[in-house]
Design a protein around this ligand. Structure first.
Ligand code: GLP
Length: 240
């Protein structure tokens, strides 16, 4: 596990954009694992800028997102489908048929998503944010790790954290469909970005704590190619 600290949140996020752009440069038909949340937005902005300048090309790139809420329409502006359209898909030359987000609430929908990732040859680079409670994707703290794509009941802490994107906490969907820990661990390289003081405990527990499903991101200690990029605030417990 590599850990890099940046002076600003924006620099930490842009560094993630650098790693993704490098992957696209090295392998033009890469499979990208993408994330939503406020953290990755500057990384997407960098990718859009480099595409506009002709530095990178998305023509043969395929993407798989980590997660989506259950029970909201894909056109709902709060959906992760809409988020990805707004921040990346509509702004670069990604082919719509090459972009994938999980959807549905059935076991069949979950296994179909896992199968599609496998059929694409697996994920080359997986971008991750992290929840205040150490969740990755929507893998919430639990008594055991979940391997594949699955339906999750969101933790109260996640509902409260994500309420800022909705009019109130009552509007936050209670369930989501998420890649599992197995999907994330199978990615060839993982880049996790954490910014802000409210992520400091999660960062510390992820890197220095025991590997436990109660801190889902702690499993990344076992990943052979995992880079954690954090700003000063998110890494403040690491400097004790
Ligand atoms: C959501 C997403 C996660 C994301 C997390 C943190 O719950 N499912 O993938 O990492 O929020 O979001 P933010 O970056 O806005 O703090």
């Amino acid at each position: 596990m590599e850990f890099h600290v940046y002076e600003s949140a924006r620099a930490a996020c842009e560094a993630a954009g650098v790693l993704i752009a490098a992957q696209i440069t090295r392998k033009g038909d890469s499979v990208l694992g993408l994330a939503t949340g406020s953290t990755p937005i500057p990384a997407y902005e960098m990718l859009v800028q480099w595409w506009e300048r002709g530095v990178i090309d998305f023509d043969k790139i395929r993407t798989f997102n980590l997660d989506e809420y259950v029970g909201i329409d894909q056109k709902n502006p709060m959906s992760y489908h809409a988020f990805m359209q707004e921040h990346l898909f509509s702004k670069v030359n990604l082919r719509p048929e090459n972009t994938n987000l999980p959807s549905g609430r059935s076991v069949t929908a979950c296994t179909a998503y896992d199968e599609k990732i496998r059929a694409a040859g697996g994920i080359d680079i997986q971008l991750l944010g992290i929840g205040r409670n150490g969740h990755i994707g929507f893998n919430e703290p639990a008594d055991e790790f979940t391997y594949g794509t699955h339906i999750v009941t969101l933790a109260q802490d996640t509902i409260e954290a994500n309420a800022r994107f909705f009019r109130s906490a009552d509007e936050v969907p209670r369930q989501a469909i998420s890649m599992g820990i197995g999907n994330i661990m199978a990615a060839r390289c993982v880049v996790l970005v954490a910014t802000g003081e409210n992520k400091a405990q999660a960062v510390y527990d992820t890197i220095c704590g025991p590997i436990t499903p109660h801190v889902p991101a702690s499993i990344l200690q076992l990943h052979p190619c995992c880079v954690i990029l954090a700003d000063r605030d998110a890494s403040k417990l690491m400097r004790k």
